[in-house]
Design a protein around this ligand. Structure first.
Ligand code: NDP
Length: 292
């Protein structure tokens, strides 16, 4: 199967690595061309200098960009995906995107006989490297069966969530919970620390109790207590995800003050910390805010 992978970012690159081997024949494209060239020099893959060249011979195109609008803007024009992908092929979008844009993209591709699935992933860079991601899929179940083998190259759990957009929606809600857990854990530990309780001891208790989460069990011990703050998942991307979750709730007529507040806080932290900070760095911003 000829697979084209577009978008070799923090998570896209380790995902693409799993496809640089038989039974796949891999072509990669990245906006910053040097990254695709470096990838092709290190793996069994060809690099294309533009998206049209990347997708022309592909049976399956995988995209992994920051937002759905980045996928949508590749569709049009004489060198766009609509003009260059062949009928009967498929686009699987692993961007953590938004349902409404994906529904538009799916409808336009369908007019050309091209299938579409939204298939965002969870498990972080470490999960991508290990090939153990969870993949949440929206779209036609029979299309999913056609590409399951490809998704299994980087995913351990492949879950069909519903119609087009359902994968994005589940991903956005999952990440909104991640954001809420980070904020809530930070606020609680700040208060305990000011009372004189060692945050590491508080985490030991919480992690053996009912308040534990991925944030308290992994992110805080490994990144906050150690002050390591590695940059694996940009805060700007989590801000985007929480915003999508809040927007989905609004669109469904659900009053969701927790989602709105998490979205507002991540938005403010993004403005203060910039586009390249890591999602966990909001903890530093919350600590500085608590001093004011
Ligand atoms: P990065 O910011 O590390 O990489 C983004 C990639 O998209 C780069 O290859 C970048 O190219 C490319 N890109 C950005 N804008 C455009 C554009 N307008 N047109 C074409 N290409 C573009 O993001 P991640 O890899 O971390 O994330 C990608 C998606 O996966 C996001 O939706 C994110 O929310 C999601 N995700 C990320 C996880 C993580 O742990 N990092 C975990 C789970 C999901 P260039 O090299 O030129 O900048």
């Amino acid at each position: 199967m000829h697979v084209s992978f577009l978008g070799l970012g923090a998570i896209g690159l380790p995902m693409a690595r799993h496809l640089a081997r038989p039974p796949f024949s891999l072509t990669v494209w990245n906006r910053t061309a040097s990254k695709a060239a470096a990838f092709a020099s290190q793996h069994a893959a060809r690099h294309a200098s533009n998206p049209a060249d990347a997708v022309r011979d592909a049976d399956l195109v995988i995209t992994c960009f920051p937002v759905s609008a980045d996928v949508e803007q590749l569709l049009d024009g004489p060198t766009g995906l609509l003009a260059t992908m062949r009928a009967g092929t498929m686009l699987v979008d692993c961007t953590s995107g938004d349902p409404a844009t994906s529904q538009r993209i799916a409808a336009r591709l369908a007019e050309r006989g091209i299938g579409f699935l939204d298939a965002p992933v969870s498990g972080g860079v470490a999960g991508a490297e290990a090939g153990t991601l969870t993949v949440m899929v929206g779209g036609d179940a029979t299309l999913l069966e056609r590409v399951r083998l490809v998704l299994e190259a980087f995913g351990k759990r492949i879950v069909h969530c519903g119609a087009v957009g359902a994968g994005h929606a589940v991903k956005a809600v999952n990440n909104a919970l991640l954001a809420q857990h980070i904020i809530g854990t930070a606020e609680g530990l700040l208060a305990l620390e000011r009372m004189g309780v060692d945050p590491a001891i508080a985490l030991d208790v919480i992690n053996a109790s009912s308040g534990r989460s991925n944030a308290s069990m992994n992110l805080f011990p490994e990144r906050v207590i150690t002050k390591a703050y590695p940059r694996t998942f940009r805060l700007a991307l989590l801000d985007k995800d929480v915003g999508i979750a809040a927007q989905i709730a609004r669109a469904q007529g659900i009053d969701a003050p927790m989602l709105d507040l998490a979205s507002q806080l991540y938005h403010e932290a993004r403005a203060a910390l910039g586009e390249d900070s890591d999602h966990v760095e909001i903890v530093k911003w919350l600590a500085a805010r608590a001093e004011r």
